[in-house]
Design a protein around this ligand. Sequence first.
Ligand SMILES: [Zn+2]
Length: 216
Amino acid sequence: MLKQAFAPLVDLIYPPRCPLCGEAIAAQKGLCSTCWSTLEIPGTAAEDGITAATLYNDTARQLVLRFKHGRKIALAEMMARQIAARLPDLDGDWLVVPVPLHRTRLWQRGYNQSALIARELAGLRGKVLLVDALVRTRRTPSLGGLGRAERAKVLAGAIAANPARCERLKGAQVLLVDDVLTSGATTNACKAALRAAGAGQVHVACFSRVLEDKEA
Ligand SMILES: [Zn+2]
């Protein structure tokens, strides 16, 4: 209520701008219509247990970079709304779990971008956020440029269920949240860790998905 009452004032002091091109927009959240129109929406729904809000093109890349490294954390809500609009019905209890960031990365960046999206998504869908269900047991190098087998090798044992959360994970349905899904190596490592902890069904949700043939 209070937030809404102050919104017009905030708009006067900080006129809303598109976070990508700087164009004036009507509301504080979202993109201008030109930038919206350049986002690519995947054609098919989540048959493979993965929901992606967009396909990874230049606009999506710019958004993710600004979100991840440009401290545009307000983009989390817009990204979560895009994902929520495409998610299948999640009946019953689901735990919303972000792909974890290693603690040294967390200190450097100040936030886990996937956790911010997960928090918004949990709120939108009325599900429980379990932000520390998974942990990175060691730092891994960037996966860019590595083949499928190499990625899996680098990630082997690097992601585990948080021992303090294993009780919650036993038999749970999990919505695993990532900002960008590339080869799936990271989400597969997360799924393996969740299953090892006794989790049941795992559905993956991401803001943007890199198609196999576009992979660098
Ligand atoms: Zn724009």
